[in-house]
Design a protein around this ligand. Sequence first.
Ligand code: UD1
Ligand code: CA
Length: 455
Amino acid sequence: MKKLSIVVLAAGLGSRMKSALPKPLHKIGGKPMLEHVLESARQLNPDRLIVVYGHRGEELQAAFAHHEDITWAKQETFEGTGDAMKYALPYTIEDSTVLVLYGDTPLINAETLEELVNNAERTRLNWLISTFDNPTGYGRIIRDHNNHMIAIIEEKDANEAQKQIKEINTGIFAVCQKFLTEALPQIDNNNQQEEYYLTDIAKLAANNEITIHTFNEAPELIQGVNDRVQLATLERYYQKEMAKKLMLNGVTIDDPESLTIRGKIQNDLDCHIEPNVILEGNIVLGKNVTIRTGSVLRDVVIADNTTIHPYSVIEMASIGKNADIGPFARIRENTKLGDNTRIGNFVETKNTTLGNGSKAGHLTYLGDATIGEGSNIGAGTITCNYDGANKYPTIIGDHAFIGSNSSLVAPLKVGNHAATAAGSIVPKDVKDHELVRNKLEVIHVENWEQPHKEK
Ligand code: UD1
Ligand code: CA
């Protein structure tokens, strides 16, 4: 078997993005475009994976520093795709098959690439093309009277007749390394943009009696991203595909167009997702989980029959069965909510465990708290866990009743079946079956009238 070198061109200026970020770092589905390309490339088990970088290359390299299989090639000049390839060539394996990919064409799929690579030989060059209703901006495929592909003409160099051609260049092709080595130095920059076009390889191949075989791919999968309009088009296409997978896996999605997935979702039977939900990281959903509108979840495990009510934000948390969360809940990192728990509106939790059947229904902050089973946390309760320098724990037992507006001054323990009265400030531990209330004087002023504004 011939060896395989894959070259990803990712050094372009990406100026049409109007961005300080290198173009390959712009994200689709929460993942840099370059990462999508690399994931597909790796499925072919290349013997070498070369990324050509240049513009803000340090940033690009830093973002991919953990990808140890990448051979980085630096493009010192910025004179087009043909120029970029010159910097990659020394790293390609001698006599290998070279597959060229672009860093701004993220949705290319591995099966298509397999086909391209499998039969690229000395006498044939395999080119991936597509047919676009509106081909504006893409290089066009030129064929001879026998319908053989013989060249690519860039939009800027095309005449009116050529601009009518709907067959376009995806930029992706597989070629034998030997021919590439011979052909690259022959590419010139006699064109509108005064750039070295890698696409001129096609013309050189045809002139050397190498047959160019074209392979077709669906337009959606090979769209390039040059500007943010194209980025959004691809993002939505990708999201629709993700939503489709989920629906085919048994999730009811009210509005697939408005769901955003930036990670991996596992689901059991009969989950339901309402419009405008964002799911990030690793999300695991049990049976019958409902995520209502406007909720944003990242790295969350949710057990059976739990409902996340509208506009809840949940990250790095696990939630038990039959729980009811939100609306407007904010569940933060390292929160563990047991079965049959209830978290209501404007409740924030962080580093907190809530035992089975416990509830915090309204307007509460629970930080560094461990709460047992069947306890009720009244409205407006605050764990005062921070003294400005350090954080302290609050431990509440089973079946405790924390009255509304209690300030629990940590470190603090509240026992089983203990209670705090409404409005209590609780600086000292409360024993089992003990009630605390603050000594306070309630003054009634009689015959009081609301002040009136002078006319
Ligand atoms: C290119 C093709 C065009 C094709 C289209 C498909 C050429 C000359 N044109 O046009 O035929 O239809 O892609 O999307 O190849 N790059 C470098 N160094 C450079 C210039 C570019 O590494 O000096 C990289 C870019 O980072 C990008 C890729 O090459 O990933 C394509 O460059 P871009 O400028 O986007 O080319 P297009 O105008 O889209
Ligand atoms: Ca492009």
